[in-house]
Design a protein around this ligand. Structure first.
Ligand code: HEC
Length: 507
């Protein structure tokens, strides 16, 4: 206490309101923020306030949030209690690295674990009527909720609160009963779609990218930016099973960009951001618990955005050189790696920043083609997966983020996510490789992320705004059928398409 007073008076002595010594700011943080955001800024009732976690929020918006609070949330306004200078220095503080790198071990995970319902308290029969294979989960980032949507009637069945800032798509068990969410701050939640209840939760990291569920439904793997590791959880009750530090040669450790399930290989595959390796982690044991020992595939380049062929024998990857702090990527286009030999099969020459993670495949003139949007230029590349040559570059009205189709649909849809035409969606004919229609579901508002119903007859598009919507289109006539108000519906996930690894959607 005495130390703190000393620093406050020192700061006052040095320059009154304008110069705020960092120890002073720490004290203000402890007094006004720590209760909700945690002593070490790891988060508590409120979200974590670390630079990695805040990377999507511009510092000037953080200043605004601190000064004015956030309506309809528990984040209070501080403009009456703190000076402008104090608020600015608090913003600086939360965007700076803590002196000691925060750690999150198995003991922390265990302490965070919550079991809301035991298996015996839940019914094995769904408590509502609908085609269980044609449900959608819609993630609503605007107010941190998710909606279970009936994919036949397009009526919402249930809406529930998620953890703050769900990140990466929710993942289903193969039977479609359970779905797992990962949040930006590392919370993993297991939701029972039959009972419409969150059944258990655990915090598996401090800053998390995404999760994957094994094909046998026994394991969940979580990929973290902070700490640098992969965490294996028991999929039934979310108990931590193993922590795998992502360490390369020497002491070099890496953030995990994403984890995937390779269903035909009974393994997880991890994309690493800071070391030039791809890791495959088998999850089947001859007896007992698997050892989850990673097989390290060494590459001569960094790859962190992946696309697998339908049989999972090959992985295509690109690096994102423009991403903050990527380990100095050299790749301009992409690489194709054979998952068995670990050898490079081909190099893809793709301009700009192809978004392979959102790539899709279809049959075109008797061969399989891969189409991928581009994050930095207005084009879609269509690649022959046998020769790895680009057979067509389709010009669009701006860089896109998501591309989707369905085996039974004649069209592939791609959004224009960035730039002045962010309100447009192109519909591409899969036979002619031409844009046949450009939709503008809500002029002036960002639209993006398309997902199909189980049978491919309808396509759902998001209006990506706090007062947004999901717009349902007839996927053949391209006419609007219905518009459902939603709060920044960032993504929607169809049970059948996801659990059957449909060729037109990301896995
Ligand atoms: C009573 C609890 C509480 C207190 C005290 C509090 N916050 Fe918050 N804060 C929250 C909650 C809850 C949210 C999430 C709001 C939402 O849902 O968007 C939040 C959000 C934020 C965000 C936005 C984070 C993001 O990723 O969007 C920032 C920045 C922030 N708080 C900073 C602070 C600072 C700095 C202080 C101290 C001056 C503080 N908060 C005090 C509860 C609190």
């Amino acid at each position: 206490m005495r130390v703190r007073l000393f620093f406050i008076s020192l700061a006052a002595f040095l320059g009154g309101h304008h110069v705020v010594a960092s120890a002073d700011t720490q004290a203000i943080y402890r007094e006004h923020c720590a209760e909700c955001h945690g002593k070490e800024r790891l988060g508590a009732m409120g979200p974590a306030l670390l630079p990695q976690n805040l990377s999507r929020l511009k510092q000037k918006f953080a200043i605004d949030v601190i000064a004015n609070g956030r309506v309809a949330t528990q984040m209070p306004a501080f403009s009456e209690k703190l000076t402008e200078a104090q608020i600015e220095s608090l913003a600086k503080l939360i965007y700076s690295e803590p002196k000691k790198t925060p750690s999150w071990g198995v003991r922390d995970m265990r302490a965070s674990q919550v079991t809301h319902f035991k298996a015996s308290e839940l019914s094995d029969q769904p408590i509502f009527e609908a085609d269980l294979q044609n449900l959608f989960i819609v993630v609503e980032l605007g107010d941190h909720h998710a909606t279970v949507l009936n994919g036949d009637t397009f009526e919402p069945i249930h809406r529930f609160k998620t953890r703050f800032a769900v990140h990466g798509g929710p993942k289903y068990t193969r039977d479609g009963r359970y779905v797992y969410f990962a949040s930006r701050d590392g919370w993993i939640s297991k939701f029972d779609l039959y009972n419409l209840k969150t059944v258990s939760e655990i915090r598996a990291g401090i800053n998390t990218r995404n999760l994957a569920v094994s094909y046998d439904g026994n394991w969940v793997m979580v990929g973290n930016y902070l700490p640098h590791n992969l965490v294996v959880l028991n999929a039934h009750d979310l108990t931590p099973v193993k922590v795998i530090p992502t360490r390369g040669d020497g002491d070099k450790t890496s953030r995990v960009s994403a984890v995937y399930t390779a269903p035909t290989r009974n393994s997880f595959v991890a994309a690493l951001k800071d070391i030039p390796e791809v890791w495959e982690i088998p999850y089947q044991a001859v007896k007992g618990i698997p050892d989850f020992e990673p097989r390290r595939i060494k590459l001569d380049d960094y790859l962190d955005d992946f696309f697998f062929n339908q049989s999972y024998s090959q992985v295509m990857g690109t690096a994102r050189p423009l991403d903050s702090g990527s380990g100095g990527a050299k790749v301009k286009g992409g690489l194709v790696i054979d998952m068995d030999t670990g050898k490079r099969v081909a190099e893809l020459t793709l301009p700009g920043m192809p978004h392979l993670g959102s790539g899709i495949t279809w049959d075109y003139q008797g061969k399989t083609v891969l189409a991928s949007p581009n994050l930095s230029s207005g084009e879609v590349s269509v690649i022959d997966m046998q020769t790895w040559e680009t057979i067509k570059t389709i010009k669009t009205e701006g860089p896109g983020f998501f591309m989707r189709s369905h085996e039974l649909s004649p069209y592939a849809w791609v959004d224009v996510f960035f730039g002045p035409n962010k309100d447009k969606i192109h519909v591409i004919d899969k036979t002619s490789l031409e844009i046949v229609k450009t939709l503008q579901p809500a002029p002036g508002k960002t639209s993006g992320h398309v997902e199909f119903t189980k049978d491919g007859r309808f396509a759902l598009v998001s209006i990506w705004e706090n007062e947004g919507a999901v717009v349902v289109y007839d996927a053949n006539t391209l006419e609007e059928i219905k518009r459902l108000p939603m709060s920044k519906p960032s993504g929607k996930y169809n049970v059948y398409n996801k659990t059957h690894y449909e060729e037109g959607t990301s896995h």
